[in-house]
Design a protein around this ligand. Structure first.
Ligand code: NAD
Ligand code: MG
Length: 388
């Protein structure tokens, strides 16, 4: 079998490292063609040494020059460099695992170069989902989900028979994060270190905070609508603290199909890489008798309003979800720096969203313009909140 040649955008992150772990364990199936990250020369140099890609890219131009000197290989810098590696001729498949809307242009570059995409970066679809999915159809490329919930839905859909008109609801499960069951008064006192302690998953800092606010689930509802082509009235969320059932699809006859495994991102990453095949022994076996119970609850939208804002943005359409995402990125960064409180995250998003009348998105430029405006608006809301 011909080896699949892979580019990883965001190789030094949590998803990037798990992807390299999978690739390294199945050397007869996969090889690394290119690696890209933000600026961490040391980490990416080690990865280059182990996986021997033909090229690399770093967003930070100075770091890119440093890495080129250190390794003597082609290293491209800036957003152009990321897009260039996403189009790499020697690659067939691109894992999109940069965090945030910064992943949009490189992901589009991969699509337009005809590469199949393994999509971890949900912000790409939140920022410009309808447009990106149209481009994927236009260029005939597959968008394979890596987000665990969407991988689960994708796997359940494949068993579902007669297509979308037989799907009643997509049910995304949420762990509930570290603050499940807490009230707003308690949340007003939490610090970044508390929010970074996720009960079930080891992830990058931004998505870990998103999990604590439930914005991660909001972004995932938007991601699901675009990936699976359903309206948001068909995407529901249930809190399932054990993170064993990764999501479910309810069909019109009342039957529900779900996907279960230990919470380990190597499972959805491997499935995206090997699809439609399955690799052997990707993750440790799930011992069903060791699970004491599987519980489900409705999310508390009063305490965690970010999820409600995501539905609202979907309803508003156009640039509204790009604005939601950009305001969230800025607010989360400010919270991580200790500049604002936990409950300020939804407050900032709400304020930015309500001042933005949505416009249609017919290109990446429309989405990125809204993203830029929302970032500026979020910064000024944060500045004002800090003063009072
Ligand atoms: P992370 O913070 O651990 O890693 C992010 C990676 O992107 C790093 O390699 C970083 O160098 C790179 N990066 C960041 N900004 C960049 C830029 N401007 N240019 C180039 N590279 C840049 O994040 P993560 O947890 O691996 O998450 C990555 C994406 O996958 C996010 O969109 C997240 O929502 C999604 N995701 C993650 C998980 C998880 O378990 N970690 C699960 C599902 C989805
Ligand atoms: Mg997820």
């Amino acid at each position: 079998m011909k080896k699949k040649r892979i580019v990883i955008l965001g190789s030094t992150g949590s998803i990037g490292r798990s992807a390299l772990d999978v690739i390294g364990r199945y050397p007869d199936r996969f090889e690394v063609a290119g690696l890209a990250a933000f600026s961490s020369i040391e980490t990416i140099a080690k990865q280059i040494n182990t996986f021997r890609p033909v090229a690399a890219a770093l967003y930070n131009e100075e770091a890119a020059e440093g890495l080129a000197r250190k390794t003597g290989m082609p290293v491209w810098g800036g957003m152009d460099g990321l897009c260039k590696i996403a189009r790499l001729e020697e690659a067939d498949f691109v894992i999109s695992a940069i965090s945030g809307a910064a992943g949009l242009l490189p992901t589009l570059a991969a699509i337009r170069a005809g590469k199949d995409v393994g999509l971890a970066n949900k912000e790409v679809l939140v920022t410009a989902g309808a447009f990106v999915m149209d481009e994927a159809r236009r260029y005939g490329v597959k968008m394979l989900p890596i987000d665990s919930e969407h991988s689960a839905v994708f796997q359940c859909m494949e068993r579902g028979g007669h297509g979308l008109n037989r799907v009643k609801n997509i049910i995304l499960t949420a762990s509930g994060g570290p603050f499940f069951g807490k009230n707003r008064k308690y949340l007003a006192t939490v610090k970044a270190a508390d929010a970074l302690k996720h009960p079930n998953w080891e992830m990058g800092r931004k998505i870990t905070i998103d999990s604590a606010t439930l914005m991660n689930k909001g972004l995932e509802v938007i991601e699901a609508c675009h990936l699976f082509g359903v309206g948001h009235d068909k995407v529901k969320v249930l809190v399932h603290p054990q993170s064993i059932i990764h999501s479910m699809v309810e069909f019109v006859d009342g039957s529900i199909i779900s996907q279960l495994s230990k919470p380990d991102m190597r499972s959805p990453i491997a499935y995206a890489l090997s699809y439609p095949d399955r690799l052997e022994d990707v993750i440790p076996q799930l011992d069903l008798t060791a699970i004491s119970g599987l519980t489900f609850a409705h999310p508390d939208l009063e305490t965690f309003p970010c999820l409600a804002y995501a539905y609202k943005a979907l309803g508003a359409g156009g640039t509204a979800t790009a604005v939601l995402n950009a305001a969230n990125e800025v607010a989360v960064a400010a919270f991580l720096e200790g500049g604002i409180g936990f409950n300020d995250i939804p407050a900032v998003i709400e304020e930015v969203m309500s001042a933005h009348p949505p416009r249609p998105v017919s290109s990446e430029h429309d989405a990125l313009e809204a993203d830029k405006g929302a970032r500026a608006a979020a910064h000024s809301v944060i500045k004002r909140r800090k003063k009072v």
